[in-house]
Design a protein around this ligand. Structure first.
Ligand code: SF4
Ligand code: SF4
Length: 126
């Protein structure tokens, strides 16, 4: 089993869904951090990451190749929808969006066995 985080060889969700959020998350707002030049207007209150609005979706901040070596170019400054989309089973819960995105690129869903066991069991079993 690889020790690399599975998202680093995936990136499917960044090339599958529209990423829309309130404009105040962008650096056009004093407390925003998402680079506004990487966004486009969606409606009077929301923006979308460029490349995710419609059509052949691929976020403009995505680096690398989906299914091989993908990663977010603005990871520390990514918007809330990206922070909220969790890899399946990383925290012990299913993630239908993760499963759906991976399936669209021919990748199997992540399994619970992929993640290290936390808690007392981990200490006992080493
Ligand atoms: S689809 Fe799932 S595994 Fe792939 S990058 Fe997104 S969260 Fe990570
Ligand atoms: S901002 Fe980063 S995490 Fe969000 S969709 Fe784009 S590449 Fe993916």
């Amino acid at each position: 089993m690889s020790t690399a985080h599975p998202c680093l060889s995936c990136g499917a969700c960044c090339a599958r869904f529209r990423v829309a959020f309130h404009w105040s998350e962008t650096d056009a707002h004093p407390h925003g951090v998402v680079p506004s030049e990487l966004t486009q207007p969606l409606d009077p209150h929301r923006v979308a990451m460029r490349g995710t609005y419609a059509g052949a979706i691929r976020c403009t901040a995505l680096r690398g190749e989906v299914g091989a070596d993908a990663h977010c170019g603005i990871y520390a400054h990514r918007p809330s929808p990206c922070r909220e989309l969790k890899p399946a089973w990383e925290d012990g819960t299913a993630s239908p969006q993760c499963d759906k995105a991976r399936a669209a690129y021919g990748m199997a869903p992540l399994s619970p066995q992929l993640w290290p066991v936390a808690g007392p069991e981990a200490a006992e079993t080493g």
